[in-house]
Design a protein around this ligand. Structure first.
Ligand code: TYD
Length: 427
């Protein structure tokens, strides 16, 4: 197998799966024009070729109507649609490994240049690339060979990776090898008939062709912590989406619970009827649920290279049972041995919010459970205890200002997490 020292990638259907955004925006334009939305098989043909062309070909529009439909498409694509996109699994690790081997990396795409750069930046791929070529306002119809030539370095053995026949043809016109990404949107028959040098059925197969012997994916254990009402559930969902869109395999879970035995314990420990439960019983139940959850879910998922995102973990016990209930941090550490011996998180997002603000938000939305019903002193001491933990474990615990707008909280938390993951080679 030849070693390439330059790799040029197509974007949509090769590095990222942009189907959700493209479908939604295509439909948006059709609905606004009062036209029927074609079936999925037809919508799939919109992925790749210029938009106006597809509107004319598959929806029977005139050139004028197609131009209007394109404007409507952009009305949704520019604020929202471009983010409805997902990096294929393993692609981030592939780019990183190739870059580490000194390979020149570029993108040549039919998507407008500035949009492509925005997408590559948002999804954290831009830092791996030496060049990006897409049509700009002057040459919206530039063909693939022309785009490839713009980024093709002299004197290197190059290969083009793409998911439609036009990508392979473009590579042939430039006299370079090509790899057909069969996992993308192109018709496999057409793509193979064009005669690519190689074909990759999956992103992993692409890694095997371009960078044999790459490391297996590394797991990472993230926990989310904070007082009741700090917005943890919203942030857990948002972070799960950001990580998944970045191409990571995410296993989202929660405590108390996360596996059948621990979920049963959750029922007991959070029930509003157990007003007579001793603090020790409560702490032991949380620890028991955690021991099972670690063994059944967290450790196996991390070992399999997944990103575990867990809503609350042992810090909650240190704070709520150790400090707020007054059992002592050392005793709580002792009953949580499975966590402290080989089960600690790689990173903890601490959603920092004053207990007064958290209480205000909590009262506005929900029916409090047994622990949430505890008095103000209890919640004030959880806040202090979280602050003390953050000072004690500065390398693990990342405090994030949770009183900001929810999107800003997600951005801050994700940026900090991703930086840490890159540092540890979790790609
Ligand atoms: P939950 O419904 O998960 O609340 P939240 O959305 O705030 O996480 O209930 C968890 C409650 O249990 C919460 O009040 C904190 C408490 N808890 C402990 O006291 N100790 C623990 O170890 C854990 C995991 C949770």
């Amino acid at each position: 197998m030849p070693e390439y020292d330059a790799v040029i990638f197509d974007l949509d259907g090769t590095l990222t799966d942009s189907q959700p955004g493209i479908f939604a925006c295509t439909e948006y334009a059709l609905r606004k024009m009062g036209l029927p939305v074609p079936e999925e098989k037809v919508l799939r043909r919109f992925l790749g070729p210029p938009l106006a062309e597809s509107y004319m070909r598959y929806c029977g529009m005139t050139e004028e109507q197609a131009a209007y439909a394109t404007d409507l498409y952009r009305e949704r694509y520019i604020p929202i649609g471009w983010k409805e996109n997902r990096v294929y699994p393993r692609i981030r690790a592939l780019l990183s490994a190739l870059k580490a081997r000194g390979v020149y990396l570029a993108v040549a795409t039919g998507k407008p240049q500035h949009t492509s750069v925005d997408i590559l930046r948002y999804f954290g791929l831009l830092p791996y690339l030496d060049a990006v070529a897409g049509p700009d306002n002057r040459d919206l119809h530039a063909d693939k060979a022309e785009l490839i030539r713009r980024v093709l370095p002299a004197g290197k053995k190059a290969v083009m990776v793409g998911d439609i026949a036009g990508d392979v043809k473009g590579a042939q016109d430039c006299g370079i090898d090509s790899i057909a990404a069969l996992y993308g949107y192109g018709d496999d028959g057409e793509l193979l008939a064009q005669g690519p040098t190689w074909a990759a059925e999956t992103p992993q197969a692409l890694c095997d062709i371009l960078c044999p012997g790459m490391d297996a994916p590394k797991g990472f254990f993230i926990t989310l912590e904070g007082g009741d009402g700090c917005g943890k559930s919203t942030q857990a969902a948002a972070l799960e989406k950001r990580l998944t869109d970045y191409g990571y395999a995410v296993r989202r879970t929660r405590e108390p619970g996360g596996c059948p035995i621990a979920e049963q314990i959750r029922g007991i420990v959070l029930s509003r009827e157990d007003g007579g439960m001793t603090a020790e019983t409560e702490a032991l139940l949380f620890a028991a649920a955690r021991a099972q959850h670690l063994k059944d879910v967290i450790l196996p998922a991390v070992a399999a290279g997944q990103i575990v995102l867990c809503d609350r973990f042992v810090d909650s016990s240190l704070v709520y049972q150790g400090v707020a209930r007054g059992l002592g941090v050392e005793w709580v550490e002792a009953i949580n041995r499975p966590a402290f011996r080989g089960g600690m998180p790689d990173a903890t997002i601490y959603l920092r919010m004053s207990h007064v603000e958290a209480m205000r938000r909590r009262m506005a939305v929900s029916d409090p459970d047994r622990i949430e019903q505890a008095g103000e002193r209890f919640h004030a001491s959880t806040e202090e205890a979280y602050e003390a933990l953050a000072r004690r474990y500065p390398d693990r615990i990342i405090p994030i200002d949770a009183a900001q707008a929810p999107d800003k909280v997600t951005d801050d938390a994700f940026t900090a997490l991703y930086a840490r993951m890159v540092e540890r080679g979790v790609l």
